[in-house]
Design a protein around this ligand. Sequence first.
Ligand SMILES: Cc1cc2nc3c(=O)[nH]c(=O)nc-3n(C[C@H](O)[C@H](O)[C@H](O)COP(=O)(O)O)c2cc1C
Length: 248
Amino acid sequence: MIQNIADLIDSGLSANDFETAGSAATIKSALNSLSGHEDSKNKLDSLIAKYNIPENLFKGGCERFTKSEILKYTPQNWREFVRARHSVRRFKDSIISREIINEIINDAKYYPSACNRQPCRVYYSTNPEITAKILRNCDGFVSGAGGVHNCFIVTCDRSLLNQAELNDQELLNSGIFLGYLVMSIHAHGLGSCLFQFLQVNRRQELIKREFGIKSSEIIAAFVGFGELEDEIITACAQRRPNIINVIE
Ligand SMILES: Cc1cc2nc3c(=O)[nH]c(=O)nc-3n(C[C@H](O)[C@H](O)[C@H](O)COP(=O)(O)O)c2cc1C
């Protein structure tokens, strides 16, 4: 693992990067919790010195929280809040600012991911012509596509998952991220709707090239979003009454 960090930097990654400085911090903390392993400890310290890897940019190891710190921000109206989100497929004709969009994505970044690999990426444009081009590539039904003026492409970078984790993990992690993303959009007072992207889509490589998406990424879904109109008409999405099974 220590050699991997050196290889990454030698191949052009910055010593300040999450993959390099973040990994060094994690390995350092793991080694510090062990007795012995002097060789590895020395090797890591030489690597940090050689490449000037910052030691305080990312945290490694454990963090402590009190119960009250965790419970302090529990939303009191969570039950109503989740029930008030609906898939909205037609929005006001406005472009959401990059500042708000980045805030939405940065909040969604706190999704859980396998081994904290955080493999999801988001692409968007605030140029209406490019957004219209993006929307033309949705496999999912975009009811009244003319009513959607902002759209995310959500991807999962397979190169961040190991071989055993591929297939299931890429869509599992994307699904969790998408759940956080739509709730983050809702929390910002905007509406959203997920649009299906079929993994058998033969145009996937062309779409990735067109929008500058890395070849190691798969497209998980598109998310249309925007400012809510004063009156929203959406499909009745009844919830199944019985999904709970108690094992006795
Ligand atoms: C993976 C996924 C794909 C979806 N694809 C589409 C789609 O292509 N077109 C669409 O109009 N809605 C799509 N939806 C939205 C669902 O239809 C909607 O979430 C569901 O009917 C429940 O309604 P609600 O979101 O308003 O609670 C998708 C949702 C998910 C989770």
